[in-house]
Design a protein around this ligand. Structure first.
Ligand SMILES: *[C@@H]1O[C@H](CO)[C@@H](O)[C@H](O)[C@H]1NC(C)=O
Ligand SMILES: *[C@@H]1O[C@H](CO)[C@@H](O)[C@H](O)[C@H]1NC(C)=O
Ligand SMILES: *[C@@H]1O[C@H](CO)[C@@H](O)[C@H](O)[C@H]1NC(C)=O
Ligand SMILES: *[C@@H]1O[C@H](CO)[C@@H](O)[C@H](O)[C@H]1NC(C)=O
Ligand SMILES: *[C@@H]1O[C@H](CO)[C@@H](O)[C@H](O)[C@H]1NC(C)=O
Ligand SMILES: *[C@@H]1O[C@H](CO)[C@@H](O)[C@H](O)[C@H]1NC(C)=O
Length: 415
């Protein structure tokens, strides 16, 4: 049935609809962030204005600068529960805990404490609600709380602490691009040094006698990636699965994987990845869940530094994270069958396949290391200028699960 609207009333109807939309929009937005407290210098760039991240300037800009601010009081930063990833204990506590590291930041009077400072003297707490049954006890006036999460909401939406955090979180540190401290799992930067000669490319191609490889350690996931692999196989793509879900005898060491993904020590052991990947044309970068901006080392530095073409299935917008023609995105195909056809075409056409390596002449990949350095420098700078960065998330659970009134994560639609 069609609703007829008299000409006289159309304007009024449009007017009301628009007003309601604006009111709902403001409501959804304000529910998450108290916009009154946001000042101009809040670093979280307005979401829609963000530039593709692969085009960013050098990440080193906020680190390695010896210019100091003198005479300010040191700020104590406390990482409440770093145990989960050893990268946090090893690196953040051991290196930033000595203050040597902050000496290289523009604002350097900060230290990461290991719990020896009384709670009321802590200026900022970083914590991961996912691993906590109870939130930190109480929030002394002036203390800044930083919500840090590196996995998607699927992994902690049931955590008790998560929902107790209304009006307490000041800043966010997550994989989301609109976080106050966005922490992606790797970056692309412009580079003047071409990576390969034509001979290199010929040699690389000559070694590739297998089709697709995937490394999976968590088998059942909300993203149903094993089902996806089965579907791909049913359309004639040969896929070898490594890791605890696979049948391949070689297992790449997980410890090495972390060391490499985070490259915390700056010394990287050659891992079995290089040997395995060189034999395959495609790397299946299948995330465990499909969430906005959630793209990990599988489609960033850890894989992209190798000569292999990633087939990315995630909930991010790959055009923002990756240089053009550097990946295949499963969402760009109408069906898995069409994707398989495209992969088969590339498998049999050297010229078309190697076109996906052209970006390597103009960009290089970087691990998270410099970006983390820069985040800690920026954190220190903010703590010394809280007035410029005042912010309170009214409902951090809503911010993370349903940003701007939309679901951050979605169920697979391609199976
Ligand atoms: C160091 O900081 C100064 C002052 O903030 C700035 O002008 C300069 O560009 C910075 N240098 C580097 C290498 O980041
Ligand atoms: C592919 O090449 C590797 C060495 O690069 C070799 O060990 C392997 O047997 C070859 N596999 C096939 C199916 O030819
Ligand atoms: C690891 O980090 C060091 C120091 O930042 C860098 O020189 C090196 O290239 C990195 N290694 C890899 C494999 O990214
Ligand atoms: C992805 O980002 C590009 C800008 O880089 C934009 O044009 C496009 O609409 C976005 N796609 C989706 C599905 O949001
Ligand atoms: C292989 O790919 C290239 C570049 O996309 C194309 O020009 C050529 O026609 C293709 N060759 C075959 C045999 O399909
Ligand atoms: C942090 O949050 C509290 C409320 O929990 C607020 O009073 C304070 O102004 C905020 N500080 C900053 C620097 O945003």
């Amino acid at each position: 049935m069609r609703v007829q609207v008299e000409p006289c009333c159309r304007v009024a109807v449009v007017y009301s609809v628009v007003s309601i939309a604006i009111i709902v929009g403001i409501f959804l937005y304000r529910q998450q962030i108290d916009s009154k407290t946001i000042k101009v210098r809040v670093s979280g760039t307005p979401f829609l204005k963000m530039q593709p991240s692969y085009n960013k300037r050098s990440s080193h800009e906020a680190f390695g600068n010896m210019t100091k601010t003198a005479g300010t009081q040191a700020k104590n930063i406390y990482f409440y529960n770093p145990q989960f990833y050893h990268v946090f204990t090893d690196w953040i506590l051991d290196t930033w805990g000595t203050s040597k590291k902050f000496e290289r930041c523009p604002v350097s009077d900060c230290i990461v404490t290991k719990g020896e400072v009384p709670m009321e003297q802590i200026d900022a707490i970083i914590f991961k609600p996912r691993d906590m049954s109870d939130c930190p006890p109480n929030k002394p006036p002036g203390q800044v709380w930083i919500f840090a999460e590196f996995e998607t909401p699927h992994y902690y939406f049931q955590s008790k602490c998560f929902y107790e955090l209304k009006n307490k979180i000041n800043w966010t540190m997550t994989y989301r691009r609109d976080a106050d401290f966005p922490i992606a799992h790797g970056y692309f930067r412009k580079s003047d040094k071409p990576k390969y000669t034509q001979k290199d490319l010929d040699d690389i191609y000559a070694k590739k006698n297998k089709t697709a490889v995937v490394f999976i350690s968590h088998c059942p996931t909300v993203g149903k990636r094993l089902t996806f692999i089965e579907l791909l196989r049913s359309h004639g793509i040969q896929v070898d699965i490594f890791g605890s879900c696979g049948v391949m005898s070689v297992e790449c060491n997980n410890e090495d994987r972390y060391l490499l993904s985070f490259n915390v020590s700056g010394i990287v052991k050659p891992d079995c990845f290089s040997t395995v990947l060189s034999q395959y044309k495609f790397f299946l970068s299948l995330e465990n869940s499909l969430c906005m901006d959630y793209t990990t080392e599988k489609s960033l530095h850890r894989v992209m530094r190798h000569p292999i073409l990633p087939v990315i299935r995630d909930g991010s917008n790959a055009t923002i994270f990756h240089p053009p023609h550097s990946y295949i995105y499963t969402g760009d195909f109408k069906s898995v069958q069409e994707l398989a056809q495209h992969m088969k075409m590339l498998d049999g056409n050297k010229t078309a396949y190697l076109e996906y390596f052209k970006w390597k002449q103009h960009y290089h990949t970087e691990d998270m290391y410099q970006e983390w350095n820069s985040a800690f420098c920026r954190l220190c700078e903010r703590l010394h200028n809280p007035e410029d960065y005042r912010r309170v998330y009214r409902d951090i659970a809503a911010w993370h699960i349903s940003p701007r009134g939309k679901h951050a994560c979605h169920a697979p639609t391609d199976l």
